[in-house]
Design a protein around this ligand. Structure first.
Ligand SMILES: *Cc1c(COP(=O)(O)O)cnc(C)c1O
Length: 232
């Protein structure tokens, strides 16, 4: 059951307040932290709510699901962002559906995305997903040795690499999550220096660990249940 718009908007206001509070606590400008509403498993109403509240992008973790919802919302101008693992054989459909891929987790996938973006005559914004928490159940590049793969991905002319994304380990709680976020921040800093690139985006933190992520420099938090209620 989908919650009402009013309930969503209350959740959104509370979340915004919380983001502001945590940002100020960490001497950060709240304007530097964007909320990405994660609408996976929810009906198209979730996307309409987000748009009505002034949010410009939504996060989905499956290509098919996002493509179907997008088809149901022909007048929507929302940007769809992929935050889940993408199989290489779905790269073409992903390029056609998403305005940004946050879950680039292999050079092979990046190469295919580059090819299809080129064929579609567009530059595809991407984030590089890194498994900084070293959770064997999570996708993402290993932080160790990423430099070489990163250098190769920078040569893909139809990809615009905006920064990095991580998902905290399932276990270990917020302390372990915070370490994973700190490691992503450090990795980004070192790759920025090494390659002289801006790489501004740090997509990290979800409903349960956004405070830790903001403390460690998140520019984008991906929030589902705190906005739309639990997924059944
Ligand atoms: C589902 C999901 C989220 C949102 O999780 P919540 O706990 O509902 O906020 C964030 N990031 C990724 C990669 C997800 O798959």
């Amino acid at each position: 059951m989908m919650i009402s718009y009013n309930e969503f908007f209350r959740n959104f206001s509370n979340l915004r307040d919380e983001v502001n509070r945590v940002a100020v606590e960490n001497r950060r400008d709240p304007a530097d932290i964007q909320i990405l509403p994660v609408t996976k498993t929810h009906p198209k109403d979730a996307i309409e709510y987000a748009e009505r509240a002034g949010l410009l992008s939504v996060g989905e973790n499956r290509v098919q699901e996002a493509a179907e919802k997008s088809a149901e919302l022909p007048d929507s101008s929302v940007t769809w962002e992929l935050i889940g693992h993408l199989q290489s054989n779905k790269a073409a459909q992903a390029v056609a559906t998403f305005g940004r891929i946050q879950s680039v987790d292999s050079v092979k996938l990046a190469r295919r995305l580059d090819r299809f973006a080129g064929e579609a005559d567009l530059i595809l914004p991407c984030l590089i997903q890194v498994n900084t928490g070293e959770d064997p159940r999570k996708f993402g590049f290993a932080a160790e040795g990423l430099e070489k793969e990163f250098e190769e991905m920078l040569t893909f002319e139809n990809l615009s690499i905006d920064g990095f994304m991580t998902v905290a380990p399932l276990e270990g709680g917020n302390e372990v999550a915070r370490k994973a976020f700190a490691r992503l921040r450090e990795l980004a800093e070192s790759l920025r220096q090494r390659f002289g690139k801006e790489l501004p985006e740090l997509s990290m933190g979800m409903s349960g660990d956004m405070a830790e992520a903001i403390a460690e420099g998140a520019t984008l938090i991906r929030v589902g249940s705190a906005l739309f209620g639990s997924r059944t």
